[in-house]
Design a protein. Sequence first.
Length: 140
Amino acid sequence: MSSRVQIITEPVDISRSIFDLLGGEPGVRALVDRFYDLMDIEPDLKELRAAHGPSLDEARDKLFWFLCGYFGGPDHYIQRFGHPRLRARHLPFSIGIVERDQWVACMGRAMEDEGIEPALVERLLQSFFGVADWMRNREG
């Protein structure tokens, strides 16, 4: 007899895009700004912050543009830069397990701080973890 672990999650409203559920461009911008603000002030995110260089301004804009399209809104990133090629664009940065975990933790805090529905936070964190893990380009 095998035992199974069943994860029970709350349903997420799928009648609207995630972009709309987050409040459109203002909501995505607020989420991205909170994400980078946390990264800049929280000591337990120092490795993640260090990976971004001295200024977060360009990263803020690029993540905002990317997430708008990723969440079902306007494709600002693709219009500016073409296909995201996420892994290729992140290869110059040293990304390991610590950076992956700090990125996901920071995004989770930002979503909670922005008052995003817990069921949506859970679903997005699952997705973000998969992408963040795929971005790793070194051990540790």
